[in-house]
Design a protein. Structure first.
Length: 323
């Protein structure tokens, strides 16, 4: 089968499309014929081994897993022994970080993992980008415990995480202020944001309003800069570890002090998460934003765009050419 492989860490050019062995459905597995996948922030980090500590999981000197890719959407080709929840011909989507392998024509995943049925009327290209950014956004929401009627500011509202966070927060009845650049003001308003701040025209950290939570979906701010935006018991959450890993160190310290605090949104996992996101996509309450689509043969260009700083939402890879 064809797959995008990398055998050393580095820039996008270390990736190439090659023929590799097709996986088989082992006991408890589902073999998926992948129709669409994505290139996202996670893929770029593991491809480049940045930050360096990711090598502890992926291989110190070279990648243990040649085929990257976390998100997938496709059709079940076969199931292994003991699998009853899925059958050949089912349309499915899901998330496979750690094992990776979605940048390929076939993928074997555990039937009890992060895989679920694609809702009726949703295409492969619409389903594939529905998990990576969205499950991180969901982790922000659950860790912060925000609820209907509260106020949240989302910094980086055009990325995969931020654009999902705006929509998932609005679905909960939260009042959302979204921060983005001039070119994407209307896009973010279309996602449901109640108020949009253009960071190229004003410093969002000088906003006169205060919030129950601040979500930094791009990891480019700090608690120190955003603390004044928080209500007396407000929470700051970031998608990044921050300078000197402060976003892991500050949660226990700020909790002891009371008042404004840092919460680190450890990712939420499990099949329930994918099913929940599928329900939201199927009902139209969540629409993954797609920036560009590339065929598998052009995946290097997709990696370049993913880390260019110009990506909006998600990048979809068509493994099977769309009809």
């Amino acid at each position: 089968m064809k797959a995008a492989v990398h055998h050393r860490y580095g820039p996008p050019d270390v990736v190439r499309v090659a023929e590799v062995d097709r996986p088989a459905a082992g006991d408890g597995d589902v073999l998926v014929r992948v129709h669409a996948t994505t290139v996202n922030r996670t893929d770029c980090a593991y491809r480049a081994a940045r930050p360096f500590f990711v090598r502890a999981a992926t291989g110190l000197t070279r990648p243990r897993r040649a085929v990257l890719g976390t998100e997938f959407a496709g059709v079940v080709e076969a199931v292994g022994a003991g699998v009853t929840a899925f059958a050949a011909g089912d349309r499915v989507f899901g998330y496979n970080e750690g094992a990776f392998g979605t940048h390929a024509e076939y993928l074997a995943v555990p039937a009890g993992g992060m895989i679920a049925a694609i809702p009726a009327g949703v295409s492969f290209a619409e389903a594939a980008p529905g998990t990576e950014g969205a499950h991180y956004a969901l982790s922000f929401i659950r860790a912060s415990r925000v609820r209907a009627g509260q106020d949240v500011l989302v910094y980086g509202a055009t990325g995969a995480i931020g654009s999902a966070a705006v929509q998932l927060l609005k679905d909960l009845g939260v009042t959302v202020t979204a921060v983005c650049d001039t070119a994407n003001l209307e896009l973010v308003r279309g996602l449901g944001a109640d108020r949009v701040v253009d960071y190229t025209a004003e410093d969002f950290t000088r906003d006169a309003r205060t919030y129950d939570a601040v979500f930094d979906a791009v990891g480019k701010s700090t608690f120190g800069r955003c603390k004044r935006l928080l209500k007396p018991r407000g929470k700051y959450l970031s998608s990044d570890l921050g300078p000197w890993w402060q976003n892991l160190l500050l949660p226990p310290a700020t909790r002891l002090l009371g008042g404004r605090r840092v919460v680190f949104p450890f990712p939420v996992h499990g099949q329930e998460v994918v099913r929940h996101l599928g329900d939201l996509i199927g009902s139209g309450r969540f629409r993954p934003v797609v920036d560009r689509r590339y065929p598998l043969d052009e995946i290097v260009a997709a990696h370049r765009h993913a880390e260019s700083g110009r990506k909006v939402g998600n990048i979809v890879i068509d493994v099977v050419p769309p009809a």
